[in-house]
Write a protein that binds this ligand. Structure first.
Ligand code: 13P
Length: 339
C-alpha cells in the first residue's frame, strides 16, 4: 500500500474523523464576531490551539484541516501547529483552494479557484507537515441551478487539484458540496448530488487519480433548509447510502461527510444512523466544521481564557461523533458532557 493510501484510511479509521478548522480569515471573523470576540491572528490561534490541545483529539480526531495562516503559526509553548496536532496522533491537513468566486458565464453560481501556483504551494505545505489536502466546490439547488457549466467546470478543477495533490504525495479530499439552502425536497438533493458525483468521478478518472489515495467529503442527502417536508434520520441514512453506492467507485476508501448547517446533534445522529445500516465497504465518517466547534466556540466567547470548559465541550462533541462512526451513539449520551 502506498503512503497516501495508508494516510487516507488512517485519518478516518478506528472511530475517528476529521476536524475541519480551515475557515478562511473572512469566515473565521464571522464566527468570532458571532460570539463578540475580535478577529485578530492571536485570537484565531488561541481558539484553535484550545481545540487542538484537547484530550478529545487523541481518540476521535484522526486529521485536522488547517488554513494557510494556522499551519504557519506557533503555539504558546513554541511548537508549530502541525507538531501539536501530530503529538495527539492526528494528521495535519491543509485547505488549498482559494475560495469560490463568481463563475463567468453563469454569474449567480460559483467556481472554486486556486490552481495557479498550486504545485509550489503544495511543496511548501508538505514541508510544513501537511499530509492531506482539501478543495471545496459549492453548488446551489434552485429551478435552474446547478447548471451543466458549474457541474463540469468544478469537477474539472477538483480533478486538476487532486492530481497535483497526489503528485506532491498528499491525500486529496474531494469536496463537492451541494448546499442545503432552499425549499427543495430530499429527492431533488439526491438527484443533484448524484449528477455532481458522477461528473467528479468522470474527471478524476480522466486525470488518472489513484482513488485509493483519496477521500470524498460530500453533503448528506437532506431536504432544503426551507423545505416543509423534513425527513427522519433513517430516511436520510438510506438515501445517502444509496447515492454513495450508485456514484462512488469502490476503490475510494472512505467518505467523510460535511455537516453543512445541520445542528451538532443532527449531524451526529444522521451519521450514527448511516453507520447502523451501512452495507458498503466504505468507511463512513465525518469532517465537520461547525458541528464540532459551535458549542465550544460559544463557551469560549464568554471567556477566552476558560480553556478547561471549552475543551470539555469539544471533547464531548468529538466523542459523540467518534461513537457515531461505529453506530455506538445514542441520544442519552448527550445529557452528560464528559471528556
Ligand atoms: P461544515 O461541517 O461546517 O459544513 O464545514 C466543513 C467544511 O470544511 C466546509 O468546507
Amino acid at each position: 500500500m502506498s503512503e497516501i493510501e495508508k494516510i487516507a484510511k488512517q485519518i478516518i479509521a478506528k472511530g475517528r474523523g476529521i476536524l475541519a478548522a480551515d475557515e478562511s480569515t473572512g469566515t473565521m471573523t464571522k464566527r468570532l464576531s458571532s460570539v463578540n470576540v475580535e478577529s485578530t491572528a492571536e485570537n484565531r490561534l488561541k481558539f484553535r490551539e484550545t481545540l487542538f490541545s484537547s484530550e478529545g483529539m487523541k481518540n476521535y480526531i484522526g486529521g485536522v484541516i488547517l488554513y494557510d495562516e494556522t499551519i504557519k503559526q506557533k503555539t504558546s509553548s513554541g511548537k508549530t501547529i502541525p507538531e501539536l496536532i501530530e503529538n495527539s496522533g492526528s494528521v495535519p491537513g491543509i485547505k488549498v483552494d482559494t475560495g469560490a468566486k463568481k463563475l463567468a458565464g453563469s454569474s449567480e453560481e460559483k467556481i472554486t479557484e486556486g490552481l495557479d501556483r498550486l504545485r509550489e504551494r503544495l511543496t511548501e505545505y508538505y514541508k510544513l507537515g501537511a499530509r492531506f489536502t482539501k478543495w471545496r466546490a459549492v453548488y446551489n439547488i434552485s429551478d435552474k441551478f446547478p447548471s451543466e457549466l458549474s457541474i463540469k467546470s468544478n469537477a474539472h478543477a477538483l480533478a486538476r487539484y487532486a492530481a497535483l495533490a497526489q503528485e506532491a504525495k498528499m491525500v486529496p479530499i474531494v469536496e463537492p458540496e451541494v448546499l442545503m439552502d432552499g425549499d427543495h425536497d430530499i429527492n431533488k438533493c439526491y438527484e443533484i448530488t448524484s449528477k455532481v458525483l458522477k461528473e467528479c468521478y468522470k474527471e478524476l478518472a480522466l486525470h488518472k487519480i489513484n482513488l485509493k489515495g483519496t477521500l470524498l467529503k460530500p453533503n448528506m442527502i437532506l431536504s432544503g433548509d426551507k423545505s416543509k417536508n423534513k425527513s427522519n434520520s433513517l430516511e436520510i441514512a438510506k438515501i445517502t447510502i444509496k447515492c454513495i453506492k450508485e456514484n462512488v467507485p469502490s476503490e475510494v476508501p472512505g467518505i467523510a461527510f460535511l455537516s453543512g448547517g445541520q445542528t451538532e446533534v443532527e449531524a451526529t445522529q444522521n451519521l450514527n444512523e448511516i453507520n447502523k445500516i451501512n452495507d458498503t465497504n466504505f468507511l463512513m465518517s465525518f469532517s465537520y466544521g461547525r458541528a464540532l466547534q459551535q458549542s465550544a466556540l460559544k463557551n469560549w466567547g464568554k471567556n477566552i481564557n476558560d480553556t478547561n470548559n471549552t475543551q470539555k465541550i469539544f471533547n464531548h462533541r468529538s466523542k459523540m461523533n467518534g461513537l457515531s462512526t461505529t453506530a455506538k451513539w445514542n441520544i442519552k449520551l448527550e445529557n452528560h458532557v464528559s471528556a
